[in-house]
Design a protein around this ligand. Sequence first.
Ligand SMILES: [Zn+2]
Length: 54
Amino acid sequence: MPVYDYVCLDCHKSFETVLTLTEHDKEDVKCPHCGSKHVEQEAAAFFAVTSRKS
Ligand SMILES: [Zn+2]
C-alpha cells in the first residue's frame, strides 16, 4: 500500500499515513497529533530528488 505524506495545517506537524486508494479518494485523513482534518498532502519526496546530468 502506498504511504502518503501529510502536513497538518492546524498544528503544522507532518505525518505519514498508509491509505488504500479508496481511503485516499475519500480524503478522510486526520492529524494523529491534534485530530484535525485540516490536513494537506505534501509533495512526494522523490520529486525533490532529481538526477541531473550536466
Ligand atoms: Zn494537527
